[in-house]
Design a protein around this ligand. Structure first.
Ligand SMILES: Cc1cc2nc3c(=O)[nH]c(=O)nc-3n(C[C@H](O)[C@H](O)[C@H](O)COP(=O)(O)OP(=O)(O)OC[C@H]3O[C@@H](n4cnc5c(N)ncnc54)[C@H](O)[C@@H]3O)c2cc1C
Length: 404
């Protein structure tokens, strides 16, 4: 998105732009949620990276080894060194099953799966074909994770899928979370928690996993609770890239500390971190990357013109939540405002409903794959506000309690 937007603004005779990534396969990660249920094929959710970049941008395939920020250099594992005037770190966050004892043991991809990677999601699709009874445990190791609603979506989709296959009464579903409830924000947590109740899905909350007991096939927490499973679908600890740590640029989880309104590194003014790689206190989500990049690009043009950066990102996130049976919810929030009920993007008419299960939200989620490839990645504009708007939202002091 950044290079597709910036290439038009930066004079090609003065500015070289290089993109470095370790391979040439760009996955549409929200599609990993659907692969296990056979709703998408692997082909529908990947494209060559090269094809997503505009003319006039060099694409370098290589693994970043470290950044020497004092010398403005990036070293690749193959020995290549790239000099820069400005560096944008966009190396995301990665599931790390190696960080929980027992997770990567002999049960990995036998009875323990993840769906946060392409390989994991494909392997889980095969496992689900053979699963017809027992305890299905969906688990989050720790926060923050990218797309914090994805484990809930997986749970709702699995429940609906089991019902459709006539197997629901043979499967116990348990949702295990380190949070006190279903989600990080109170109003959404109550709404989503009641949806788990309605579907007879047990919730094991405040569960900080210490290890997996492979012999017993059980999650074990620091406070010595055990949750046995037949099939465990876990979201391993998410961490930023190791090169960030090796370069002395990260926090405890390898995220780059930045100003939360401009994404500028707190340590180096010619460095930015965008998307999941930064430490901003927003959801790690493609929508956050999208909205923040709109602000970043204008700010960057001001910066290189020697002016102060005037754009201020507000942490705007916008996430569809699949709830099964061809329905979904939508949440829209930012640093200061939690997800509220209402309609989006227009008041009264929507067509999307906020914190409400509707068919339009589900169709919106499905349409998003096309929007991603054809509007977002090419850097085209979407007809929705970049900063969160209160238009259509019902402020929390006017909400009447409708859930149990
Ligand atoms: C199952 C699932 C469902 C999701 N659903 C949604 C959703 O519905 N809505 C939403 O908004 N978001 C969703 N997300 C989150 C979204 O996909 C991410 O937030 C988004 O992709 C972040 O973009 P990014 O560019 O920051 O990181 P990424 O897209 O992860 O890209 C990081 C890139 O850095 C490269 N890289 C890392 N380290 C190195 C290195 N050392 N050398 C070279 N290259 C390196 C990687 O290869 C990768 O290409 C979902 C994610 C998952 C896993």
């Amino acid at each position: 998105m950044i290079v597709n937007k910036l290439r038009h603004h930066l004079d090609a005779s003065e500015w070289d732009i290089k993109v470095v990534d370790r391979d040439d396969v760009h996955p549409y990660q929200p599609g990993f949620l659907f692969l296990p249920f056979g709703a998408y094929t692997a082909k529908q959710i990947t494209r060559p990276r090269r094809g997503t970049l505009p003319k006039g941008v060099d694409f370098v395939i290589g693994e970043v080894d470290r950044v020497d920020a004092a010398a403005n250099k990036v070293a690749l594992v193959d020995g290549t060194t790239l000099d820069y005037d400005y560096l944008i770190i966009a190396s995301g966050t990665t599931p790390r099953p190696d960080q929980t004892p027992g997770m990567l043991g002999e049960e990995w991809r036998r009875s323990i799966f993840d769906f946060y990677t392409f390989e994991g999601s494909k392997a889980l699709a095969e496992a689900l074909k053979k699963f017809d009874h027992g305890r299905l445990v969906v688990h989050i190791t720790d926060m923050p994770i990218k797309c914090p609603v994805a484990p809930l979506e997986f749970t709702f989709l699995a429940e609906a899928w089991l019902r459709e296959k006539g197997m629901r009464d043979r499967v116990e579903i348990i949702y295990v979370t380190p949070l006190p409830g279903a989600f990080t924000k109170p109003i959404a947590s109550e709404r989503l928690g009641s949806m788990l109740d309605d579907r007879k899905i047990a919730v094991e909350s405040d569960f900080m996993v210490e290890r997996i007991d492979v012999e017993k096939k059980a999650l074990v927490s620091y406070d010595e609770r055990e949750v046995p499973f037949d099939l465990l679908v876990t979201v391993p600890l998410n961490m930023g890239a190791d090169f960030v740590a090796r370069s002395g640029l990260g926090d405890d989880l390898n995220y780059v500390p930045v100003d939360k309104h401009t994404l500028q590194s707190k340590a180096y003014p010619n460095m930015f971190a965008v998307g999941d790689a930064s430490d901003i206190p927003a959801s790690k989500a493609g929508s956050v990357a999208h909205f923040s990049i709109d602000i970043f690009v204008d700010n960057f043009m001001e910066l290189i013109a020697g002016k102060p950066m005037t754009g201020s990102f507000d942490g705007h996130a916008n996430c569809f939540i699949e709830s099964g049976d061809g329905k979904g919810l939508l949440i829209d929030f930012n640093y200061d405002t939690e997800p509220l009920p209402g309609t989006y993007p227009l008041p009264f008419v929507g067509p999307m409903g906020l914190l409400k299960e509707t068919r339009a939200n589900h169709l919106g989620k499905l349409a998003f794959r096309w929007i991603y490839w054809n509007i977002l990645l090419p850097g085209r504009s979407m007809p929705v506000p970049t900063l969160m708007s209160m238009v259509g939202k019902k402020p929390s002091n006017t909400i009447t309690k409708t859930t149990k």
